[in-house]
Design a protein around this ligand. Sequence first.
Ligand code: DLZ
Length: 158
Amino acid sequence: MPNIIQPCDVPSVARFAIVVAEWNRNITQKLLDGAAATLTEHGIADEQIDVVWVPGSWEIPLVAQQLAATGKYVAVLCLGAVIRGETTHDEHINRGVSLAVMEIGLEFELPVLFGVLTCNTLEQAIHRAGGNVGNKGSECAEAALQMVRLLEALNDES
Ligand code: DLZ
């Protein structure tokens, strides 16, 4: 039988960082609320969660990088809501931010979660921020917890 690596518990001292964009705050506040509630449900205390607001999604990577570089966090969650307008602005933001978030995670060997909505309409964003398609902030927190547990298990193996 293959050896299946089982996720460990989240360390009790683990700290989580959340970077969240002010742009479309009516949406991003709900993503943040969902992410924080999910972390709390899993036993993470408020004192273990640091939140940093940035102007827009474009500014997320620089702050996520700074937070990752501190070495204080087991995961950095990136939350934003990019909604298509009349120009291609959204495409530039989405491409830049998604690639940068991935690169930061790889550079610092840390889960850096992409919780940025990339929607065609405000309605789509509303549905994904606690509406009928769930809360992508909560899902982002679930993924963060899963990755933290998995990386703990991988470290234990090595
Ligand atoms: C400028 C801009 C636009 C048009 N749309 C969004 C958006 O839908 N979501 C978002 O998070 N940010 C948007 N921004 C702001 C940019 O992310 C950034 O803050 C500015 O371009 C300044 O660098």
